[in-house]
Design a protein around this ligand. Structure first.
Ligand code: B12
Length: 254
């Protein structure tokens, strides 16, 4: 299979994150590849929900999904834990990388087209209706299927560099060799129930009742934090929370 193409894609993604010039916020990305024939992709509507797109909905003839993750530095990863509202550096990193994701995926897609393949990019976030906060394309499900991580009790995908990371993915008609299964650290809460820090850290107790109003309270909290930052701190930044990630012993892994 096209190993040179895989190597070039990894290089493009790593170089583009380096070019942001913020080693204080971002670490080297990790890239994973999964075939559309992988059972977790074939069954994606069953795993995520019937509203989720199939690869063909995004790109007719898609053969491979390229998932990538940008890990935050320790300073960003631990920022939300003691922040009164949104963590300032967490929010800065959130805004910067969300903007950059479109550019990075676009460059990878152009490269694939230059090699004679089709490619389709997918918006990194904020592509959903707040009255029904689900996206038609779950980047972390793609990352999970591509062997980059495993879900934890806080509903966050843990990777070998921690769970304080952000995800993006794109599709191509190129047949690229899949990455192996994830073999990094996993959530202790799910493994043996020995950790419940994330459940306790949520200011609105959303994680224990996610499908019973919890996800809406999580969403609303981020809006409240946005307004409070303006009112009390005169800072207009993204309303984020992330306390369920920051308290996790696996938030940051060297
Ligand atoms: C809508 C949305 C929200 C909504 C609600 C999400 C929801 N309904 O679950 C709100 C506004 C509440 C929200 C909150 C947050 N979000 Co948000 N959000 C999204 C968005 C845009 C879509 C997610 C979605 O459709 N979810 C629907 C559910 C059903 O799918 P899912 O959660 O993605 O994946 C599920 C399945 O795959 C399944 N699953 C279970 N077992 C298995 C096994 C296998 C093998 C597989 C394949 C899958 C699987 O479990 C997952 C969890 O239920 C994504 C970006 C994107 N397009 O992916 C970001 C995203 C999920 N959010 C993210 C983050 C960081 C946050 C916040 C921390 C806020 C912040 N930005 O600081 C909180 C964390 C809340 C939490 N603990 O989950 C990150 C997650 C990073 C990570 N490490 O996992 C994402 C991926 C954005 C990004 N581009 O990086 N979010």
């Amino acid at each position: 299979m096209n190993n040179d193409i895989r190597t070039e894609i990894e290089k493009i993604i790593k170089d583009e994150v380096k070019k942001i010039g913020r080693p204080d916020l971002f670490r080297e990305p990790m890239v994973g590849f999964v075939s559309v024939d992988d059972p977790s992709i074939v069954n994606v509507k069953g795993i995520v929900g019937p509203w989720h797109d199939s690869p063909d909905d995004q790109l007719p003839g898609a053969r491979t999904i390229i998932a990538y993750t940008v890990p935050f530095t320790k300073e960003v990863a631990l920022d939300p834990e003691y922040a009164k509202f949104s963590g300032l550096i967490w929010s800065e990193a959130y805004i910067l990388i969300n903007k950059k994701f479109g550019e990075i995926s676009g460059i990878v897609a152009d490269y694939l087209r230059s090699q004679g393949f089709e490619a389709a990019t997918v918006t990194a976030t904020n592509d959903y209706d707040p009255s029904d906060p689900v996206s038609s394309w779950s980047h972390r499900t793609m990352a999970c299927a591509a062997g980059l991580g495993k879900f934890g009790m806080n509903r966050i995908l843990m990777t070998s560099k921690g769970s304080a990371v952000r995800y993006c993915s794109l599709l191509t008609t190129a047949e690229l060799a899949p990455s192996g299964p994830y073999d990094g650290p996993v959530c202790m809460g799910l493994e043996d129930g020995s950790c419940t820090l994330c459940l306790e850290a949520c200011p609105v107790n959303a994680l224990t009742r996610w499908y019973d109003g919890g996800k809406f309270d999580c969403q609303e909290l981020q809006e409240v934090y946005h307004d409070k930052m303006i009112e009390e701190l005169s800072v207009d930044t993204a309303g984020t929370c992330g306390k369920c990630i920051a308290v996790c012993p696996l938030a940051y892994i060297e």
